[in-house]
Design a protein around this ligand. Structure first.
Ligand code: ARG
Length: 475
């Protein structure tokens, strides 16, 4: 059903209708559109625009339509341009022409952006909940590996030994930041555009604060022109989704690498691996690779919307219809990806025997020699030189640092006694880094306790935010 046409001599050409039509994707907004219409209707009744009795009929019609939509009994058809026209058609066919009152005092311009924000509030919280489950899965594995010695890398070259639990736990910090970003988004963006009308506000629905409150928003928007034009919230959400995608991609890269024969640190569960159609022996880390690959579209969705917004005049322009598909795609991509990544991490068996065997490769304890000298009062520049000379000597003799003789140490630097050898163990190097953020096991135990608390706090927060915004779903 078209929501306009009075001033036209003919309807749109077929190609125009096809181009213009958004209902195939914006139907996802239907449950929110029903709720926004109900809140708007209450405003119209309170303002005396619609008599209470008619208001009750329309409300009952909207509620019944909402139930049919939830049950899949009502949907859009070929004649509908967008979700708003489909719902108005459904309402009128249910309760008659009286349904047409609902359009008073609002425009699709404020309606669509209000629906869209409600969709995002709902789905950002769903993504946050998936992230929290992922953090929990990572923390369990990190806990299992609190004492596993592994090589740590910089430039993908052996650098210093680390605790493998520490290596895993780093991801939880990044993902908790993502949840935090969702919290920031909600604080900044949970303001209601409804009441902006086409662009200038509405004379028929003059109390946007009331509809804002009824929908569960924190407040009403302060400027009607900005209210219908603002898509910062969509771009910010796409940035959050892209950042999550990047975090998952980096996890994916590690698992891909760790499951190679060369590394052989991680044995992926059969349920979270795939085979090859030609090479019967293959077991491939496709979940990890998809986690890495999906980041491409998540980043693309962000850049796509930013380009749409650049240079766009205020207020509503049809270009803004292009805001929805990137968001739906990013949300749906993450909601399908997160459970698979969680399962992969939860079921992976890590081979600490393999990790420890490589922990000292590449003279990864050279920093211990430099640190020893620094503690003995040698300027670090000289300490670094001396440790480098030890590495050079070892390489020329084909031996390890702890195989240098007392005389060789002393010759390199007089402040370097054979006793330095006591410091040349991976366990010692790890244990000595016992600051709050260090890789020592005692630090890691505290870190994991902290992460567990932060994650429980995040879970409680998600529940309370669901509660806080539940008004929008319980009309
Ligand atoms: N389908 C449109 C969108 O998503 C709804 C708003 C249409 N408004 C208009 N003035 N044509 O943006």
């Amino acid at each position: 059903m078209a929501l306009w046409g009075g001033r036209f001599n003919q309807g749109p050409a077929e190609s125009v209708a096809a181009l213009s039509r958004s209902v195939d994707f914006d139907w996802r907004l239907a449950p929110y559109d029903i709720r926004v219409n109900i809140a708007h209707l209450a405003g119209l009744v309170a303002g005396g625009v619609i008599p209470a009795e008619s208001g009750e009929k329309i409300r009952a019609g909207l509620v019944a339509l909402g139930q049919e939509i939830d049950a899949g009994a009502f949907s859009f058809n070929d004649s509908d341009e967008d979700v708003h026209s489909a719902i108005e058609r459904g309402l009128i066919s249910k309760i008659g022409e009286i349904g047409g009152f609902i359009r008073a005092g609002r425009s699709r311009n404020d309606l669509v952006v209000t629906d869209f924000k409600l969709y995002l509030i709902d789905h950002l919280l769903e993504v946050a909940s998936g992230l929290s489950a992922l953090v929990a899965a990572i923390n369990v594995q990190a806990d299992l590996h609190q004492g596993s010695v592994a090589p740590g890398f910089t430039h993908l070259q052996h650098a210093q030994p680390i605790n493998f639990g520490h290596e895993l736990a780093k991801h939880s910090h990044a993902l908790l930041r993502d949840i935090d970003r969702i919290g920031d988004w909600l604080e900044r963006n949970s303001i209601s555009p409804l009441g902006a009308g086409a662009l200038s506000g509405s004379s028929l629905a003059p109390e946007p604060e009331l509809t804002a409150e009824a929908l569960g928003f924190i407040a009403a928007h302060g400027n009607s022109i900005d209210a219908v034009s603002d898509r910062d919230f969509a771009a910010e959400a796409l940035f959050i989704f892209a950042m999550i995608g990047i975090h998952l991609s980096r996890i994916g890269e590690e698992f891909t690498l760790w499951s190679t024969t060369e590394f052989n640190w991680a044995i992926l569960d059969d349920a979270y691996s795939t085979g090859s159609s030609i090479m019967p022996q293959k077991k491939n880390p496709d979940i990890a690779e998809l986690a890495r690959g999906k980041s491409g579209r998540l980043i693309g969705n962000l850049t796509g919307l930013l380009v749409v917004l650049k240079g766009l005049p205020f207020a509503y322009n049809r270009d803004l219809q292009e805001d929805k598909e990137p968001i739906f795609d990013s949300v749906e991509t993450l909601l399908i990806l997160l459970p698979a990544v969680i399962g992969m991490i939860a079921t992976t068996k890590f081979r600490s025997d393999r990790m420890v065997s490589g922990a000292l490769a590449g003279h990864s304890l050279a920093t211990e020699i430099a640190d020893y000298l620094a503690r003995a009062g040698v300027p670090f520049s000289q300490a670094h030189e001396a440790a480098g000379a030890c590495v050079k000597l070892c390489d020329s003799k084909g031996i390890e640092l702890n195989e240098l003789s007392d005389a060789e140490f002393a010759q390199i630097n007089s402040k370097l006694p054979g006793e330095v050898r006591q410091h040349l163990t991976a366990e010692g190097a790890i244990a000595s880094r016992n600051s709050i953020m260090g890789t020592a096991t005692e630090s890691l135990i505290n870190q994991l306790a902290e992460l567990g608390q932060e994650n429980s706090q995040a879970q409680r927060w998600i529940e309370s935010e669901r509660e806080r915004f539940s008004g929008m779903m319980n009309l």
